[in-house]
Design a protein around this ligand. Structure first.
Ligand code: NAP
Length: 273
């Protein structure tokens, strides 16, 4: 790739951000489409990044992804935003900035890919966790299901997440077994699956047949949660699907073309080793 003065620059900002897979994903798609653009990772340490993000407007960026902990600041920095949390910013021709959140819709796209019949059979969802990702996914899911149970180590966060949704309910963290027994879709949205964490013994023995189990963690790709779900013969969806589909939606917002998600998966699996 030849970088010139005309090359358009896109970035992901966050803290930390050096481990991000987004540069591999987006630069792969930029090459696929022969675009004169480059995507880099920019670490940004700030308690409130609204002003720093606003200042970025002066540099003529083509687009921005925002990751933890700056998604709320990004929504505030935008001239218009789909909601109070933004993971994508786009600079418009008139210089104004639009904010989008592709995390929740990206999760639904991944679900469509992994379990195409889910819309006809998922009524009750167990959301394990109530952090930023859990809330984004639950918002996107809420129009399609009857109930979303939030179980979270810190009860107050589950209460807040459930209160924000018409279909939201709370399940005590020590009552996870009941949730596993009732759910048609179980989503592991805590950091407990990450490498180096001690994963609990998830109560899969109580699940109904055919339950869809999604882990949004992708390091490692095959988590203890997914291993246990597969051992029980359940549908298991890994965390790369959400990452790739939220990225694909961002790419389309910036460049107006749908990128190849299968090519991205192959590249990211290679990157993850
Ligand atoms: P977050 O807002 O910091 O939330 C973290 C969640 O993990 C909270 O529910 C927290 O519970 C829980 N947790 C942390 N340590 C725990 C422990 N020892 N025991 C029980 N629960 C614990 O983070 P996030 O942005 O939602 O991200 C959550 C995970 O999803 C991360 O691993 C992130 O990498 C991954 N993720 C993946 C994608 C994707 O595209 N696949 C997208 C976003 C995030 P408390 O409230 O009790 O602290």
């Amino acid at each position: 790739m030849k970088i010139t003065g005309a090359t358009r620059v896109l970035a992901v900002i966050g803290d930390p951000v050096s481990h991000s897979l987004s540069p591999i994903m987006h630069n792969g798609w930029i090459a696929d489409h022969g675009l004169d653009a480059v995507y880099v990772a920019l670490p940004l340490r700030s308690d409130d990044a609204e002003n720093e993000i606003r200042a970025l407007s002066q540099f003529g960026l083509a687009g921005l992804n925002i990751t933890v902990p700056h998604k709320q600041s990004a929504a505030r920095a935008a001239d218009r935003s789909e909601g109070p949390v933004a993971n994508v910013l786009r600079w418009e021709e008139d210089g104004s900035v639009s904010g989008f959140n592709t995390d929740g819709p990206g999760f639904l796209d991944a679900l469509d890919e992994a379990a195409p019949d889910w819309r006809g059979r998922v009524r009750r969802v167990l959301m394990v966790g109530a952090g930023g990702a859990a809330v984004a996914i639950a918002e996107a899911l809420s129009a399609h299901v009857d109930t979303i149970y939030f179980a979270n180590r810190t009860q107050a966060r589950a209460d807040a997440a459930a209160a924000g949704l018409r279909v939201g309910r709370v399940l005590r963290w020590d009552d996870l077994e009941r949730g596993f027994g009732a759910a048609d879709l179980i989503i592991q949205a805590t950091t407990l699956s990450m490498a180096g964490q001690e994963s609990p013994a998830w109560p899969f023995a109580l699940t109904k047949p055919g339950v869809i189990c999604a882990d949004i963690v992708y390091r490692p790709l095959e988590t203890e949660f997914l291993r246990a779900a597969r051992a029980r013969g359940l549908v298991a969806m890994d965390g790369l699907g959400m990452l790739i589909h939220q990225g694909a939606r961002a790419f389309e917002l910036w460049f107006g073309v749908k990128p190849d998600v299968a090519k991205a998966r192959a590249r990211l699996i290679e990157a993850l080793g």
